[in-house]
Design a protein around this ligand. Structure first.
Ligand code: XLS
Ligand code: NI
Ligand code: NI
Length: 433
């Protein structure tokens, strides 16, 4: 036991009227919604990097946090893991997520980094036997160290490709060892700063080959979890190849991987791409590649990935509606890829940020489930598209352009526009939030 969270109680559900800061008002893990426990719907995960490795820096200033486990030794890495599991217990979260670099000190050589990783993975595996939290997903940090500055799999230097392969292999093995349910690839430096020094065709084709090799290795070792790509349009690269869900789908199709790889959608990234979160979720669901969620918002004025905790349940309800319509998560979950602000120094800030985020999502889920259960919105949607069930419409799709065209004169067609009823549907939504 560390004493980092001394005095902070385990967080329990007390209902919407509770005034206790250290309580859930909406997140009630055992409450059954649409036939499933809330915990199993939401599948919350804490991000190791933001909660335990982030030091409070921003582009204008460095460290503001002074966590007792900061430093590059294995003893401190173990202390960090101790605190992490204490926090998972306090929050009663079922999952966490990691990058290698969040958990272990960087070694002087690959072999030393790998030894450090293996040691900390054994330590976490042992902790998992005595605590509730399990691994939602593992990933590799292929963007912080200077070796990755020109990309990982898309680096002009083949030796960096090799180093990326060794790193991903090590982290996929670590994910399997910890019983992880997914492995995520976010292409932080897989993009470019300027076309003047970039061969876009080589980079894109190497990225496709790399992903294919990852999928082949996954099957070789019998990993049953999902491989997920996390789209983001820019930042840190000026332009990133995995721009958004549609772009990733085109990329997967190109390399024949659309049945092998799904997406991890982050709200902040969706916004940077000029989309809404729900658009990205609905697109992934429609394409059959919906996997998991990174639940962190941007500040709408700042124009960059500020990784803030969600605190607007009305906004999140629309997203959870799309997740429910897609059938919910299978291996995926709701990962708080979110960090407290650099002035939020207290241990309590780490806990309460998650409590607020979990409550926001739980409240959003309840609204979304109630609306879905009422069937009202779906009835409107079904009515709007009902014409496509008619035999004449089906025959038209099966036939040629000329046959479709011939209907106009043969049947004397003059389409009558109908209301899209947007405001009425918005009013309907507002009855449920
Ligand atoms: C950065 C990404 C990153 C991924 C994991 O913007 O969101 O945190 O989720 O590498
Ligand atoms: Ni993310
Ligand atoms: Ni992000």
């Amino acid at each position: 036991m560390t004493d980092y969270f001394r005095g902070i109680p385990a967080i329990a559900y007390e209902g919407p009227n509770s005034t206790n800061e250290f309580a859930f008002r909406h997140y009630n893990p055992d409450e059954v919604i649409l036939g499933k426990r809330m915990e199993d719907h939401l599948r919350f995960a804490v991000a190791y990097w933001h909660s335990f490795a982030y030091q409070g820096g921003d582009p204008f200033g460095g460290q503001t946090f002074e966590r007792p486990w900061f430093g590059e030794t294995m003893a401190l890495a173990r202390q960090k893991a101790d605190v992490a599991f204490e926090m998972f217990d306090i929050l009663n979260v079922p999952f966490y997520c990691f990058h290698d670099a969040d958990m272990r000190p960087e070694g002087k050589t690959f072999a030393e980094s790998k030894r450090n990783l293996d040691e900390i993975v054994d330590y976490l595996a042992d902790k998992q036997t005595r605590h509730k939290a399990r691994l939602l997903w593992g990933t590799s940090n292929l963007f912080s160290h200077r070796r990755w500055m020109s990309g990982a799999a898309t680096n002009p230097d083949p030796d960096v490709y090799a180093y990326a392969a060794a790193t991903v292999k090590a982290n996929l093995d670590a994910t399997v060892k910890l019983g992880g349910q997914n492995y995520v690839l976010w292409g932080g430096r897989e993009g470019y700063e300027t076309l003047l020094n970039t061969d876009l065709a080589i980079e894109r084709s190497n990225a496709g080959r790399f992903l294919t090799q990852v999928v082949e290795y996954k099957h070789k070792i019998g990993f049953k979890g999902a491989i997920l790509i996390e789209p983001k349009p820019q930042e840190p690269s000026k332009h990133q190849y995995d721009y958004d869900v549609s772009t990733v789908y085109g990329f997967l199709k190109d390399f024949g991987l659309e049945k092998e790889v799904q997406v991890n959608i982050e709200q902040g990234h969706a916004i940077l791409a000029g989309h809404s979160f729900e658009h990205e979720i609905a697109t992934a669901a429609a394409l059959g590649i919906f996997g998991s969620i990174d639940m962190n918002r941007n500040d709408y004025q700042s124009g960059w990935d500020t990784d803030q905790f969600p605190n607007n349940h009305v906004e999140k309800a629309v997203a959870f509606y799309e997740i429910l319509r897609a059938g919910g998560y299978t291996t995926g979950g709701t990962n708080f890829d979110a960090k407290v602000r650099r002035q939020s120094l207290d241990p309590a800030d780490l806990i309460l940020s998650h409590v607020g985020g979990m409550d926001t999502c739980a409240r959003a889920l309840k609204s979304a489930a109630a609306l879905l259960n009422s069937g009202e919105l779906e009835a409107h949607r079904a009515e709007r598209y009902a014409g496509w069930a008619a035999p004449v419409a089906k025959a038209m799709l099966a036939g040629s352009l000329e046959q479709a065209a011939a209907r106009v004169t043969a049947e004397g067609i003059e389409p009558q526009p109908k209301s899209g009823k947007q405001e009425r549907l918005e009013n309907l939504w507002n009855r449920f939030v």
